[in-house]
Design a protein around this ligand. Sequence first.
Ligand SMILES: *[C@@H]1O[C@H](CO)[C@@H](O)[C@H](O)[C@H]1NC(C)=O
Ligand SMILES: *[C@@H]1O[C@H](CO)[C@@H](O)[C@H](O)[C@H]1NC(C)=O
Length: 268
Amino acid sequence: MKMNPWTLSVLLLLAGPLGADPGWHVEYPDSFCVVEGSTATIPCSFTHPAGLRVERVVWCPNHMFCQGTTPNVYDSSNIIADSRFQYLGDLVRNCTLKIIKTVKQDAATYRFRFETNGDKYTGQKGVRVTVTNGEVVKVRSSVTDNVVKEGGQVTLTCTSACSFHQLDVHWYRNGHALSETGPALHLSYLTNNNTGNYTCSLDSGWQKTSAPWSLFVVEDEDFDWHLTVSVVLKVLFAVFLLLLAGLVFAKRSAPGPEHEIVYSEVVR
Ligand SMILES: *[C@@H]1O[C@H](CO)[C@@H](O)[C@H](O)[C@H]1NC(C)=O
Ligand SMILES: *[C@@H]1O[C@H](CO)[C@@H](O)[C@H](O)[C@H]1NC(C)=O
């Protein structure tokens, strides 16, 4: 939708002046997928009405409020030194959480709670952390071999170990974005231009790119060169015969010696 500047400014006025009091809110991705043993950085941000000071922040698994003595993985008022859960956020607006060397048991829905000198608030939605022991994003192909004949076709699908909901899929060849999006990439009438390394990536709060899948488009070897060559030779031979016949005919109906003299005089 295109808006003229006037409409836009009215909308901005309706939205309130800049720096308007933000409400209570915690923003994190719905879900977050992490490979077992790797480190996950879960993005998170929060807002609260102005004039309040945050005094305590808490991250807890599988609990709606994280209040009081609810088991937690991070508590700013009781920091555990060598915890695999580290708070990368602050007491202002950033509540990013890092999980080091994820283990299967880390799979849970985590919620962030912050307590101010006024009210306290917990981001109810939470972020569902899934731990997978395989590749998070993978390219699968409709062919068993990476070598496909010219003119052939192949369908690549982007699969995710964490496919709870339809995600935006982007495709790349040799690192360059393709215009096609969606979980399947259909390539047909293949030429050598399609040869390359294909990767797909998923867009969400977290972004993951697959390992490359290599496609080699080769000339069709079933193509019968002998047949083609013999046909070409036959055509050439027929043309040659026609030319020969034409020459013989031209010779027969050629003008007599007088003309030849005239011709040579002209040349001279
Ligand atoms: C929050 O902190 C993390 C870690 O320091 C940083 O990577 C991220 O960009 C910050 N987010 C915002 C919105 O400032
Ligand atoms: C594709 O990947 C293979 C092996 O991973 C590599 O040797 C090759 O150079 C890559 N090709 C391109 C065009 O990046």
